[in-house]
Design a protein around this ligand. Sequence first.
Ligand SMILES: Nc1ncnc2c1ncn2[C@@H]1O[C@H](COP(=O)(O)OP(=O)(O)OP(=O)(O)O)[C@@H](O)[C@H]1O
Ligand SMILES: [Mg+2]
Length: 351
Amino acid sequence: MEAEGIVSAYASDAEHDAEVSVRPKRLADFIAQHRVRDQLDLLLRGAMGRGTPPDHILLSGPPGLGKTTLANIVAAELGVGIRVTSGPAIERSGDLAAIVTSLVEGDVLFIDEIHRIAKPAEELLYSAMEDFRVDVVVGKGPGATAIPLDVEPFTLVGATTRSGLLTGPMRDRFGFVAHLDFYSADDLRTLLHRSARILGVPITEEGAVEIAGRSRGTPRIANRLLRRVRDFAEVRADGVVNLETARAALQVYDVDGLGLDRLDRAVLTALVESFRGGPVGLSTLAVAVGEQPDTVEEVCEPFLVRAGLLARTPRGRVATEAAWRHLGISPPNGTFGSGVNPTPDLFSAEP
Ligand SMILES: Nc1ncnc2c1ncn2[C@@H]1O[C@H](COP(=O)(O)OP(=O)(O)OP(=O)(O)O)[C@@H](O)[C@H]1O
Ligand SMILES: [Mg+2]
């Protein structure tokens, strides 16, 4: 999936460069996700105390929540080197054999998008993870021979946005699985203050709160919105990120109070105005906003559903009461009875 759109959770290549400067380097600088942090801290300290590499670590969760950041932190905390590759880059088992046999003792091997690794490479990875050896097949057909090679003890850190696509045997070989959750607005506020400090951008508390509330629970989006508001503040105001510059800048970029962009709102508006709130089929809804059904389903709907604005029912898509309210349109009498809809629980906050 590509990184179009100001509130996309995905990053473009250029954005990855911009992210490096604000990426926390140590566990203590990693905001929120307290449970995962605590567990990792124990795992890493225990291993360091014993002088052995820790168990293999699987990091799962939606894009932009800190998987790559944590992989780098693991290596930094252990004081070891890190080799970085990704599932799609490993097409043949030989590619993987070359990587694992070149690891230095204790190294971290980070495989991003590990669910996309090719099958033969995956099988080779099993033996590298479990027995620290791999069989490299030389030659073809009846004359082929397998040469066993030793692998130095290492820690695999795998990251995946689709843990459901991992095979059972793969999942079983990780001694520690961490699932990253969306961040609360309060955590993102803290994160924004930290990023602003690093970037040298003056920011007020109200400015941070305003941006945090529109960041869809995602650090990557929060940092991106901060950069856009900074541009606005520097060009059109006195350079300070405050309530006024945040609101004005995000209006320019079409990001509304809940973090919806133009297409998100178009989908909701069509649902409410053209289909009286639904239910309506996905393809009909997509035609109404001039988009492909895939785009509506994969780009817009996940957040609209999470924000409690849209529901997927067997009969089609339905706007919730919160959606009508958000658009400032009153639903036809009786649509939602007299019961009060629960406030949408936008982001699952940490306990
Ligand atoms: N807990 C955190 N504290 C501070 N900054 C964070 C935190 N989590 C993520 N970030 C910031 O958010 C940005 C995105 O994080 P990261 O690249 O680690 O996400 P990811 O989960 O690897 O995403 P993807 O699935 O797209 O690879 C980084 O610039 C990082 O600085
Ligand atoms: Mg990543």
